[in-house]
Design a protein around this ligand. Structure first.
Ligand code: IPM
Ligand code: MN
Length: 356
């Protein structure tokens, strides 16, 4: 099969980690007879430097013409502490999500047996946790208008906006995933305070009878933040709005043991995007020390979601599990043992796949 993949490495550690994922995609392709073809494009701070636009039209064209986008990370400290910056790398990511119509962000959270003790949470609490967080990605307070400042500069406002149809499509996805998994859906909102959340709950309640085999529960986001840490194994599929999902999934990374392990798939109207949930880790850029596994696992999701190639995805996951099991890990997971470099971990994975 021809694989027409857009590579958007972005900023910071993005290029190093995407390079490892690309090596893994090549090794898998060799094994299963696929022909990957890559087109690289700029996004984030590097795109601002080159073109003034964090998501240039040329990059969008490349994404639209590909079957899948493998994305690294964006962000640069040059912009973070400048509240007056006119254009920011993050806007590139948001523009990409909006223009590709990526309304669903799938963030699976699971644990690796040999890492359960790495979590600051008690091993017996996290060991075996396995849930899917479905985050709405193109609506809510991230995109709602009006947004801005009053003329005197002393008042700022953001708007959280959701339409019934936006909620319906993402909640349906939640029910469908629950049907494929352990048949439990948690709808997370703040319906005791927010009008948008009340529409979420109302919409989910109206859909529930169509999915009678799924047990659905409704939970306020503050309570969910607590339960996620207190009892992660109680969750199967959770669905929530954009910002709640952003916050809850960073929190959920603590369960796995490192932010460097969580992949994601963003799917929607046009080409799907596969990216680690972590950021650009600028302090580590160019040092060959960043953990590439979240990006490699995102490539596994790419095989499954963009190409329906489950065996390929499973073999990548197996290679990752084995690397962790055998302590071929970067410094974030090394615990005083030998820390391998980003590219050494990539090489090990390639070698494992080749030998399989
Ligand atoms: C994420 C990131 C982005 C978000 C930022 C970089 C805009 O934190 O993908 O989770 O908030 O969505
Ligand atoms: Mn985030």
């Amino acid at each position: 099969m021809k694989l027409n993949i857009a590579l958007l490495p972005g900023d910071g550690i993005g290029p190093e980690i995407v390079e490892q994922a690309q090596k893994v995609v090549n090794a898998i392709s060799e094994k299963y007879g696929h022909e990957p073809q890559y087109t690289s494009a700029l996004v984030g701070a590097c795109a601002i430097d080159a073109t003034g636009n964090p998501y240039p039209e040329a990059t969008h064209e490349i994404c639209m013409q590909s079957d899948a986008v493998l994305f690294g990370a964006i962000g640069d400290p040059r912009f973070d502490n400048d509240p007056k910056a006119k254009v920011r790398p993050e806007q590139g990511l948001l523009a990409m999500r909006q223009k590709l119509g990526l309304y669903a962000n799938l963030r699976p959270v699971s644990t690796f047996k040999s890492l359960a003790h790495k979590s600051p949470l008690k091993t017996e609490l996290v060991d075996g946790a396995d849930f899917m967080c479905i985050r709405e990605l193109t609506g809510g307070i991230y995109f709602g208008r009006p947004q801005g400042r009053s003329e005197d500069g002393n008042t700022a406002y953001d708007s959280c906006v959701y339409t019934r149809s936006e909620i319906e499509r993402i909640v349906r996805l939640g029910f469908e995933y629950a049907q494929k998994r352990r048949k439990k859906l948690t709808v997370i909102d703040k319906a005791n305070v927010l009008a948008t959340s009340r529409l979420w709950r109302e919409t989910a309640q109206a859909l529930a009878p169509e999915y009678a085999d799924v047990e659905v529960e409704y939970m306020f986001v503050d309570n969910a933040a607590m339960q996620l840490i207190q009892w992660p194994k109680r969750f199967d599929v959770m669905v929530t709005e954009n910002m709640f999902g952003d916050i809850l999934t960073d929190e959920a990374s603590v369960i796995t043991g490192s932010l460097g392990l969580l992949p994601s798939a963003s799917i929607g109207v046009h080409t799907s995007v596969f990216e680690p949930i972590h950021g650009s880790y600028p302090q580590a850029a160019g040092k060959n020390i960043a953990n590439p596994l979240a990006t490699v696992l995102s490539a596994a999701m790419m095989f499954e979601y963009a190409y329906g190639k489950m065996e390929e995805g499973a073999l990548i996951r197996e290679a990752v599990e084995q690397s962790i099991e055998q302590s071929i890990v970067t410094e974030d997971l090394a615990e005083g043992g030998k820390a391998y470099t980003t590219s050494e971990v990539g090489d090990w994975l390639v070698n494992y796949i080749n030998k399989k």
